[in-house]
Design a protein. Structure first.
Length: 322
């Protein structure tokens, strides 16, 4: 009889850890900090919200979902982090590297989930992907930069130079440009670099770079993403195509893009958040690179520049804008 009672108690305890908090007296509290509002990161946030609903956590019912954006300013990201920590949520979520860094620096006890972060180890969010530190884990969106360069070369076989604009103050952007340099060196392509410390600088930097390049590479740099229209405009004026590191750049005029579906990254992030709400420790949830990638083509943008998109690209495209 004693053994049966122990088994029954264990079953009840297990059920408590795996049951959504609708059975609890208080709502689960999730606070989300996002570095800037642009389509990819907004889609990530919506994916988190929808993913949590699918997993039994609905905002306004058994979930208190709080969101703030840092408007592209790391200093504001730090202020938001301190405010959120003071409110003691159950889980903190940092969308993009600067906001994730601010959250991780502000608490050693509240679980933090990072997402849409290029290089979490390089950004010093964690020391090891397989064994995250203490209260931090999450998803990387490390771009397949070598594939992006190969796509540009496939689109423009005679390409010898590629331009890139990035914010050297963003750890994720620095990592991406380093990967671009390595891939370009292997393929004998020259990289022309321009820097933009804020969104307002992107278009002017792109104008300089476009004049010296055969194509422009738009990485998943938050500063660039928030000013992608300016970058595309500068490239169009120079009659140069934009190759995107995110498919969200396609509606803005990028000719081709290979990247993640950021809504799905959000949905995958929700799995981490839900596991933590159910009692899991971040240290027990290995960080990983998000799964899935899409190849998108903008035929209208290509035609505007007089570029014929090869059949080899069209056959692989998962979406085509005409």
């Amino acid at each position: 009889m004693k053994t049966k009672k122990l088994l029954a108690s264990a079953c009840i305890a297990a059920a408590f850890l795996t049951t959504p908090v609708s059975f609890a007296a208080e709502k689960a509290k999730v606070a989300v900090s996002q570095i800037v509002e642009h389509p990819a990161l907004d889609a990530t946030r919506q994916g988190i919200l929808d993913g949590l609903k699918t997993l039994g956590y609905e905002d306004g019912k058994n979930l208190d979902f709080t969101f703030q954006t840092a408007q592209g300013n790391p200093a504001i990201a730090v202020q938001i982090a301190r405010q959120f920590v003071g409110e003691s949520p159950d889980v903190l979520v940092g969308i993009a590297t600067p906001t994730a860094q601010a959250l991780v620096s502000s608490t050693k006890t509240i679980p933090v989930v990072f997402t849409a972060v290029t290089d979490p180890v390089g950004a010093k969010l964690i020391k090891n992907m397989d064994k995250p530190d203490a209260n931090v884990t999450g998803l990387s969106d490390l771009s397949p930069v070598a594939q992006h360069l190969a796509l540009a070369k496939e689109l423009l076989p005679e390409m010898t130079t590629i331009g890139v604009v990035y914010n050297p103050g963003e750890a994720n952007a620095v990592t991406l440009v380093e990967l671009l340099r390595e891939a370009a060196k292997d393929q004998g392509i020259k990289v022309v670099e321009g820097t933009a410390l804020k969104s307002a600088d992107v278009q002017s930097a792109a104008q300089v770079v476009a004049a010296q390049s055969d194509a422009i590479y738009a990485p998943t740099d938050n500063t660039v993403a928030s000013a992608i229209d300016g970058l595309v405009n500068a490239a169009n004026q120079a009659k140069k195509p934009v190759i995107g590191g995110a498919t969200s750049y396609i509606p803005n005029g990028a000719v081709a893009a290979l990247g993640f579906d950021y809504y799905q990254i959000g949905v995958q992030t929700a799995d981490y958040v839900a596991a933590l709400l159910k009692g899991k420790s971040p240290a027990d949830l290995p960080a990983r690179v998000a799964t899935g990638s899409d190849l998108a083509v903008n035929l209208k943008a290509a035609q505007k520049l007089g570029i014929s998109v090869p059949d080899s690209i069209m056959k692989r495209a998962t979406s085509v804008e005409k």
